[in-house]
Ligand binder design. Sequence first.
Ligand code: NAD
Ligand code: MG
Length: 385
Amino acid sequence: MTRTISVLGATGSIGASTLDLIRRERDKWRVVALTANGNARELAALAREFGAEVAVVADESALAALRDALAGSGIEAAAGPGALIDAAALGAEVTVAAIVGCAGLAPTMAAIERGGIIALANKEALVSAGDVMMAAVERHGATLLPVDSEHNAIFQCLQGNDIAHVRAITLTASGGPFRDWTTEQLQRATPAEAVRHPNWSMGAKISVDSATMMNKGLEFIEAFHLFPVGVERLRIIVHPQSIVHSMVEYRDGSTLAQLGPSDMRVPIASALAWPARMDTPCDPLDLATIGQLTFRAPDEQRFPATRLAREAVIAGGAAPAVLNAANEMAVAAFLGGQIGFTRIVQCCEDVLAHGLAPAPRSLAEVIAVDAEARARALELMEPVR
Ligand code: NAD
Ligand code: MG
């Protein structure tokens, strides 16, 4: 039996890992839509390889190149934010939401509205839309399966258990490439150093988030929505080896953990095959070679991002969307060489301190909050640009 699948963000790191798994079981899948930002040539090659029905670039100026590259293939080419939403709404049984940033929100919501399975990597969408997205999942009977390795681990540790018996959920964090750096060193950290992650190979934005620990902050907010145990039961622990992907502690003192290699194909496979299992080409976990698994408390003095995220969840309303938008702008400015590394989280704190709009109640309101926070972040960064 074949299943239909769409991959939003097909040319990215998660997109590539997803397609690598599909490539190994081509007879089991029929690819509906593949999307990318502007890389028409790479997208067209993937669309041809997988026999996609539709290929969409978000950037309209890439449409001509996409049409050229798809000429004679019979694959429909489209461009622009509306086309992205239309592609997501084609109703594949499984939609892998792997666009980076809040740009993925509207297409992900369109897929949710079709009520299928959403394999969610695009954490920024859930952080921004929070209650709006979870309500849509409920209303449309969609199934939201977390791909983010920590949340996928937690999801697995919750299977067969009643969430009412959970005492704590602990997200593990690698600590990123700068986990042992001093504040003075952090101030001089460069984009090249920030994107060089010790354990994971990922897109540039999430690599910087991992270096600031904002990735763990966003994941804290993501967990808050996916696993309704309350903010006081959510914890973060630094685990440099990235082998234990997260843990769930129950009232009787049992803690369940999910372990695996640091390879996103494992959590992606778990979502693609759910509730069954599928093979992956990943190296099996060799604990004897790894030798030691270590854990330590996070240092919120050097890495205040997780504190900011916790405060944003507690503040509620528009705060998580504002935090996410400010962070996206600040990370882009850092990668562009316009601001220093420690200014990223400072910028988020400054934008949040500016006062908050009321809680967004619809997709349009989330997008408005996001746009306003982006403008505010730009203003605040202006003097140092
Ligand atoms: P990436 O930068 O490698 O890929 C991003 C994809 O989104 C690309 O296909 C790109 O073309 C597309 N894209 C970028 N901007 C867009 C826009 N404005 N409109 C439409 N499409 C756009 O990123 P990634 O590392 O694959 O991460 C994707 C998402 O998955 C992020 O939300 C990230 O936080 C999450 N995630 C990634 C990893 C990982 O290991 N890479 C792990 C967990 C979660
Ligand atoms: Mg993660």
